[in-house]
Design a protein around this ligand. Structure first.
Ligand SMILES: Cc1cc2nc3c(=O)[nH]c(=O)nc-3n(C[C@H](O)[C@H](O)[C@H](O)COP(=O)(O)O)c2cc1C
Length: 344
């Protein structure tokens, strides 16, 4: 069934925030709270997604450890909690339990192809069950007044990416999703690892653009393989938002420049970013965190500069020392700046 005009009217972009114009994707083991602090220093206006957290982990796990500590300077409002699950009641309860942690929005993972996720019948496998996804979205929305979005693929396995995707998206919209993020390739659930599933199924941006032109009133972001300013600019001309995954993580300073371009802001001041990160590291180490948990996200900050290899070595190897603190970041930065001056 195609979406009726009434549904489209309800979906107008009332809740769509500019934080989505350039966002950082949810990435397991990567976009933890330290990573998000770093990215927030680089891009003050971008939406930053958490790693996926399952509804049951919130219901039965160490909720506080999973959900707290995401605020930055106690005023950040651009952190989005990504949830995984396939049971409407469980997801609604997870959202209710997460409400005190003040995330800006919630997102449902319908794109992850890992075996672990498939056995729980969620992630990308849910693309085969559009009506269930509509119920999941509706359940999440019943538990919050904040926006709820869905991140999905173009399809799975032999699903038809024309009609199949249209049906899926229409159902998700009927469920009340405020925003869709589409990773512009299929997930092949049989035979590919999650990593291969991020590279091997071919990208098809045109299909996402076509969807946007069919549904002009639905906020839709595009994701997948976007790695340079030109690609961000051209996708931004068509879509409501661009989501970056690996490129933002692996080239964090570039990410800061791209965010400055999109939001018409000054480029990030590297000295200030490093000072903030070193001060943050001191506070975290003082409360029992290991420095490496923070610096592991910063390895790409010096990419392309003379001295980058030394920077990476200090932040990966020396940062493992039990006594290491923010001074290591300060020293590594001084060494990098000296190398840069010598090269000039
Ligand atoms: C290490 C890693 C972990 C990921 N974990 C998640 C996840 O938890 N939830 C999710 O929806 N996507 C996850 N993804 C997929 C990304 O969100 C994104 O869709 C994908 O990397 C394609 O975007 P890119 O080409 O810009 O990296 C992960 C990707 C990577 C590289």
């Amino acid at each position: 069934m195609q979406m009726g005009q009434g549904t489209v009217a309800r979906m107008k972009m009332t809740k769509f925030s500019p934080i989505h114009r350039l966002s950082v994707a949810p990435m397991m083991d990567w976009t933890d709270r330290h990573c998000r602090f770093f990215h927030r220093c680089l891009a003050p206006s971008s939406a930053l997604y958490t790693e996926m957290v399952t509804a049951d982990a919130i219901r039965y796990g160490q909720r506080d450890r999973l959900l707290s500590g995401h605020h930055i300077d106690n005023q950040d409002d651009g952190i989005i909690l990504q949830l995984g699950g396939s049971n409407p009641e469980a997801l609604a309860e997870a959202v209710r339990l997460a409400e005190p942690y003040q995330f800006a929005e919630y997102n449902l993972n319908v794109g992850c192809p890992s075996g672990r996720v498939q056995s729980g019948r969620f992630g990308a496998a849910l693309m085969a069950e559009p009506n269930l996804v509509a119920d999941l979205v509706a359940a999440m929305k019943s538990a919050t007044t904040k926006p709820v979005s869905v991140k999905c693929r173009l399809g799975i396995d032999d699903m038809d990416i024309e009609k199949g995707l249209d049906n899926f998206v229409d159902a998700v919209c009927r469920g009340g999703s405020d925003h869709l993020i589409i990773h512009a390739r299929k997930a092949w659930l049989k035979g590919l690892s999650p990593k291969e599933n991020r590279d091997i199924p071919p990208l098809n941006y045109d299909r996402v653009y076509q969807l946007k032109s069919r549904l002009p009133d639905i906020p839709i972001s595009i994701n997948g393989g976007i790695t340079c300013a030109d690609a961000i600019t051209s996708a931004s001309a068509v879509m409501d938002g661009v989501m970056l995954g690996r490129a933002a993580y692996q080239q964090p300073y570039q990410f800061g420049l791209w965010a400055a371009m999109i939001y018409d802001q000054l480029p990030p001041d590297s000295d200030k970013v490093i000072t903030r990160m070193a001060d943050y590291a001191d506070a975290e180490v003082a409360s029992g965190e290991r420095l490496i948990a923070i610096t592991r996200h910063m390895l790409g900050f010096a990419n392309g500069q003379k001295g980058a290899r030394r920077w990476r070595r200090m932040l990966s190897e020396e940062a493992r020392a039990p006594t290491a603190n923010g001074d290591l970041i300060r020293n590594a930065w001084d060494i990098l700046m000296t190398a840069r001056k010598d090269a000039a």
